[in-house]
Design a protein around this ligand. Structure first.
Ligand code: MG
Length: 251
């Protein structure tokens, strides 16, 4: 099932995408029923499919990017909720960076409050999966040593276009296109730490809430984007998350 969030006539709502977008009654995190009334995709603006209180991100988690050692643990960092961006939204190129890069990632969307979850129970806490672009000002990330500034600009976390609830997250082709050229191409079977392992590791540290996301890391092939570029994260079974790079707008 593909859960989408959209705006129509200035009102945000959730729906289920199946050629058309069918309305729902209830909460996507607990119980809902799918209604008969629908809108067409062309009639709405898609939003990021959840509004996380935090995004927990994993550094270097693909075995085409690096090799796992027995002693190793996942590297965690956070992106703030203010970095959230929508499908088709503009990624704003900060004036203080000269090296803004894409990172195609599978994102886990949390279904219910989770703390100290063991690997065996991890899937109970997952609503589904979406595409993410962990946009990074690489020059600032390197200069600062820690990653907060380089990863946290407003618009640096596009999510979408939907939350797919019924897929095997460990066998999905993941690709990044920059202006239609394939720049990253891998499969989630290459994740070093798998999804239950990540949930167990993170919830030993912090509570995850419904709608929080985990960005599971990016495969090899990261690189720079320029103003005017079009960037697409495509994950098999989920869809295409498309954004453009633009100037910083006044808010
Ligand atoms: Mg990343």
């Amino acid at each position: 099932m593909k859960i989408v969030k959209f705006v129509k006539d200035s009102e945000a709502a959730y729906g289920i995408f199946n050629n058309k977008i069918y309305g729902i009654a209830g909460s996507i995190f607990t119980d809902f029923t799918v209604l008969k009334d629908y809108v067409l995709v062309d009639e709405v603006t898609l939003l990021a499919p959840c509004t996380p209180s935090k995004a927990v991100c994993i550094g270097l988690n693909y075995n085409d990017h690096k090799k796992k050692t027995d002693l190793e643990e996942p590297t965690l960092f956070l992106k703030p909720p203010s970095s959230l961006n929508n499908p088709n939204g503009i990624i704003e190129y900060p004036a203080i960076s000269n090296d803004v890069q894409y990172e195609a990632e599978l994102a886990i969307v949390i279904k219910k409050q989770a703390r100290n979850i063991v690997v065996e129970n991890a899937y109970e806490y997952i609503l589904g999966y979406t595409c993410a672009n962990d946009v990074s000002a690489r020059d600032l990330q390197k200069r600062d040593g820690q990653w907060t500034r380089g990863k946290s600009f407003d618009t640096f976390m596009p999510l979408g276009p939907c939350i797919e609830t019924d897929i095997d997250p460990h066998n999905l082709d993941i690709k990044l296109y920059l202006n239609d050229k394939v720049c990253q191409s891998s499969n989630t079977c290459n994740l070093l730490f798998n999804i239950p392992e990540l949930i167990a590791f993170i919830t030993e540290v912090m509570t995850l809430y419904p709608g929080d996301v985990i960005l599971t890391g990016t495969p090899a092939g990261v690189g720079p984007m320029q103003i005017g570029d079009r960037v697409v994260v495509e994950i098999e079974g989920i869809g295409r998350l498309e954004n453009t790079i633009g100037n910083v707008r006044c808010r």
